[in-house]
Unconditional design. Structure first.
Length: 287
């Protein structure tokens, strides 16, 4: 790629979309000072900073506040694209949902198959029965965890998503099973090797970014997105600059336009911005 052309295209970035877990966040769930400084520097250049996560607002809020996301752009993409959120208030500008009747049939099938599954209602995790995957989610998200004592009272409303937890090999098997059986009615993604998510049709980070850029009168070519897992795939494919940390899955690294040599533990976000936004020279690892 011609160096002058590459730098010219990079200079037109107007929005940065960031996955949280295993991308912006370190293993201890913190944001490094170097990543914060890099994002502040980008914001000072007039670039919108948008967190795009599988988490919901209740679990994203502390990071939005820490980064002062409400100062510019004021948007969060939550629940893997099912929700577009106003960062300063938590108001839902978009809220895609799975119909209650569909959810009831689905979780009854999960129960028969012995899957561990959970829902997210009013800032809480509701799990089918106590299990290590629900406990991991509780630790990662910081959300309260409750065991469902009456199925009918919980699945009598539309749901943003249903999550199955399990060993990675089992989750991968269920992913292919559900993609074949209900993939035409839903979005099926894995957010961690041990978490599978069933989402409403149209709920993906990529689709949510398309809707957001339309609101902001921006083109997808002007977006730089960073992610590490299967639920980031569409986001990275649809934007002008899809990027990944070194710890991203092979699937993600294969389609990323730029792959950092740094992991999420080594300030990969700051490294990517240094190469693609702040450097006076054209980036050297672009596909």
């Amino acid at each position: 790629m011609d160096s002058m052309m590459s730098h010219s295209r990079v200079s037109r970035i107007k929005l940065i979309a960031l996955d949280l877990d295993d991308t912006l966040l370190r293993a201890d769930l913190s944001i490094s000072e170097e990543n914060k400084r890099a994002l502040q520097r980008a914001e000072n250049r007039g670039i919108h900073i948008v967190l795009a996560s599988g988490r919901n607002y209740h679990s994203m809020r502390r990071y939005a506040e820490e980064l002062f996301i409400h100062r510019r752009g004021d948007f969060l993409i939550g629940s893997n694209g099912a929700q577009l959120i106003k960062a300063s208030t938590g108001a839902l500008l978009e809220d895609l949902a799975l119909p209650a009747a569909f959810c009831k049939n689905l979780v009854e099938d999960f129960e028969q198959k012995g899957y561990f599954w959970q829902l997210y209602i009013d800032g809480k995790i509701y799990c089918s029965r106590l299990n290590k995957w629900a406990l991991i989610d509780h630790e990662l998200s910081g959300l309260p965890l409750e065991v469902i004592d009456n199925l009918d009272t919980v699945v009598n409303r539309n749901q943003t998503k249903i999550v199955i937890g399990g060993e990675p090999a089992q989750v991968e098997s269920i992913y292919h099973e559900l993609t074949a059986s209900i993939g035409d009615q839903t979005e099926i993604v894995t957010s961690k090797p041990y978490f599978l998510e069933v989402l409403p049709k149209g709920a993906s980070k990529g689709a949510a970014l398309e809707r957001l850029t339309a609101r902001l009168h921006l083109s997808m070519d002007s977006v730089l997105a960073i992610g590490d897992a299967r639920n980031d795939l569409e986001m990275l494919k649809y934007v002008g600059w899809g990027c990944a940390p070194a710890n991203a899955t092979e699937e993600i690294r294969a389609i990323a336009r730029f792959v950092s040599t740094k992991t999420n533990e080594e300030d990969a976000v700051a490294d990517i911005l240094a190469h693609l936004i702040f450097s006076d020279e054209a980036p050297t690892e672009i596909r």
